[in-house]
Design a protein around this ligand. Structure first.
Ligand code: Q46
Ligand code: ZN
Ligand code: ZN
Length: 341
């Protein structure tokens, strides 16, 4: 197996590109794909202040590493979700990555600050764990980005994630979600711009990127992802991809090119009439936002005057154990995406 660029020994084959790459040219390929995604969808401007949601998994650490390597000023945000050992370990990976590279990691601990963790909170609120988790993360991502003065919030969603979410939303015709399943969501009042620079890379490639770059990441899946339909969709798409290399890419990018705009009006209508949450001030269509309702049902509380002090800012790994940050702020909350956000 020879590198398509230099004819040296290849370390990876990428069938959808019909190409093999050596170490150096594989890294170059990853950087090129991220650069292309950023340019194609106007994700990040050179001077933007960037916040990356990191979970300790391969995708979020890879995207953070790639953005820093491309010269962006990017800090990390880690949310401690209180999912037992999984959370403790994922926090260690996120902190170690930041410390070793001298990067800034902001941490928010859900149990410490809001008084509930995902397992007990989801039971008390009678929501599926990934639903309670996704809702909590979206809210905390938005707040941390806005309060920290960041221009853009980055998540580590890759092509496999986006194709699987699209597959699920299409299978069930969740048209209200289809209109906003985009690699960029522009900033609006109360929401930062949200972008997914890894949409042109698969999870096999982000894992290989981490290995080649010497990035230690948490391989273990979130224990609460078991039985998640998202994993079933990923497996189905992997079968299709094996028989037809490039199928995931054409499914997702074909949707962006030719179908997404058809669903935009519905997604827009869904977001109209936003007011401010009576408790926390976040944008919501109800009097009290879904996050504050979840906190209340879960037996926690939204700290008084939470604005700046709910987010603790650390310049290194000093805090107590926490958990994975994660899923896309704008995916349907019922769809979890495994350990790797
Ligand atoms: S949503 Fe669900 Fe993930 Fe939260 S409960 Fe775990 S699997 S971490 S990305
Ligand atoms: Zn090469
Ligand atoms: Zn609220």
């Amino acid at each position: 197996m020879k590198c398509v660029v230099c004819k040296g020994p290849a370390i990876i084959d990428i069938r959808r590109h019909n190409a093999n790459f050596c170490t150096d040219h594989f890294l170059e390929q990853c950087r090129r794909q991220v650069t292309k995604a950023i340019a194609e969808f106007s994700m990040i401007e050179p001077d933007d202040k960037v916040l990356v949601a990191v979970s300790g998994g391969k995708d979020s650490l890879a995207v953070w590493d790639l953005l820093v390597g491309l010269g962006y000023q990017a800090d990390g945000l880690y949310i401690g979700l209180g999912i037992g050992d999984y959370s403790d370990v994922s926090g260690v990976y996120a902190r170690d990555f930041a410390t070793e590279r001298g990067l800034r990691l902001i941490e928010v601990d859900l149990p410490e600050t809001y008084g509930y963790d995902i397992p007990t909170g989801s039971r008390a609120a009678r929501r599926a764990p990934c639903s309670a988790c996704g809702l909590s993360k979206r809210h905390l991502f938005d707040r941390a980005a806005l309060e920290g003065g960041y221009d853009v919030l980055v998540t580590g969603h890759n092509l496999d994630d986006e194709a699987a979410v699209l597959f699920g939303n299409t299978l069930h015709w969740h048209t209200e979600y289809l209109g906003r399943q985009l690699p960029v969501l522009p900033a609006r009042d109360g929401f930062p711009r949200k972008v997914k620079p890894l949409v042109r890379l698969t999870e096999r490639e982000t894992a290989a990127y981490c290995v080649v770059r010497g990035i230690d990441y948490l391989v273990e899946e979130c224990p609460m992802a078991a039985g998640n339909r998202h994993l079933t969709y990923k497996a189905a798409l992997n079968d299709i991809e094996a028989a037809s290399p490039g199928a995931k890419h054409s499914f997702y990018f074909g949707f962006l090119d030719r179908a997404a705009a058809h669903f935009a009006p519905e997604a827009e209508a869904d977001r109209a009439d936003l007011g401010a949450c009576r408790t926390c001030g976040a944008p919501t269509t109800a009097e009290v936002c879904a996050f504050c309702r979840l906190v209340e049902r879960a037996g926690g509380s939204v700290p008084e005057g939470r604005a700046p002090d709910a987010v603790s800012v650390d310049l290194g790994p000093t805090r107590s154990p926490s958990t994975a940050a994660g899923a896309d702020p704008d995916e349907p909350a019922s769809i979890g995406v495994g350990s790797d956000r």
